[in-house]
Design a binder for this molecule. Structure first.
Ligand SMILES: [Zn+2]
Length: 285
């Protein structure tokens, strides 16, 4: 499969790959199946890649992962005999888990990918897996994808590193309006107006929605520059006034602000900081 990830999700995953050793159990949650599956493939490739900068998505190992042909990646499938999407405990044990302690064939590690684990794994299966996750054999990576990690047993969750992918952008009227005002504020350098606009949003969720909407405009602007036409007025304005490097810098700063929103941050300080960053980026020569 081809990996298709929104930039903020790709960045989060690559930061994880580059910052430390990959945790041995990872749950990837998010509302888009395409993003979840892509995220799992990216991490699986990173685990077996032989290039310096992992995952290169180009070496033999990466290619085999993307093609679903890697001998060291096991992807348990729903049992044919059972109803909708569940694997039986017997099949899970005999066909898959029995191989957990056998050395990998050609990579340095073995990967188990449980796609849509919230549907695939009943409680008995999760409990059986738990024993392996608690004391995993060496060089094994367990990847679970689920719409919501909460659908898995708390005992499984507590032993896993949970990655929450960003929500799919669904435009709403208020966020679209604010995104248009942010666009004007940024391209015309109305820093004060920009601050007033952002400060008028009371709740964290509203600010997050508006900044996400603005990120979407920036994304459209970047693809517009690469030749993909858009009718979006904001994206057109951004492209007329700003070069590519500035649009990328604006995207990064906006994503950083969204990440800070998830911490216990003082909103007014954050918005003031963000407006200063927007000005710095648009003014710099
Ligand atoms: Zn590679």
């Amino acid at each position: 499969m081809a990996i298709s990830l929104r930039p903020e999700n790709e960045k989060m995953l690559l930061d994880l790959v580059r910052s430390q050793r990959l945790p041995h159990t990872i749950i990837i949650e998010g509302d888009s199946k395409e993003e979840r599956d892509s995220a799992a493939m990216l991490l699986a490739a990173a685990a077996v890649c032989t290039a310096e900068d992992k995952p290169c998505l180009n070496c033999n190992q990466c290619k085999k992962i993307l093609e679903g042909l890697h001998p060291d990646m096991l992807i348990p499938q729903p049992s044919k005999k059972l109803k909708s999407g569940i694997i039986s405990l017997q099949e899970l044990r005999e066909d898959f888990l029995s191989q957990a302690s056998i050395k990998p064939n050609e990579a340095d590690c073995k990967i188990y990918l449980f796609t849509d684990a919230d549907r695939l794994l009943r409680e008995d299966s999760q409990n059986t897996l738990l024993k392996i996750i608690e004391e995993p054999p060496q060089n094994i990576l367990f990847l679970f994808t689920a719409e919501k990690a909460k659908a898995l047993l708390p005992t499984v969750r507590s032993r896993a590193h949970i990655i929450t992918l960003s929500r799919t952008y669904v435009p709403d009227e208020q966020s679209e309006e604010i995104a248009a005002e942010i666009t004007d504020g940024v391209v015309h350098l109305y820093e004060y107006d920009l601050l007033v606009t952002l400060s008028s949003l009371g709740k964290k969720e509203e600010i997050e929605a508006a900044l996400t909407a603005f990120c979407e405009k920036l994304r459209l602007a970047l693809s517009f520059q690469s030749g993909i036409k858009t009718d979006d007025g904001c994206a057109q304005k951004l492209v007329r006034r700003l070069d590519r490097a500035r649009i990328i810098a604006l995207t990064e700063i906006t994503l950083a602000a969204i990440a800070k929103l998830k911490t216990n941050v003082n909103l007014q300080l954050l918005l003031t900081w963000l407006c200063t960053q927007y000005r710095r980026i648009t003014w710099q020569k």
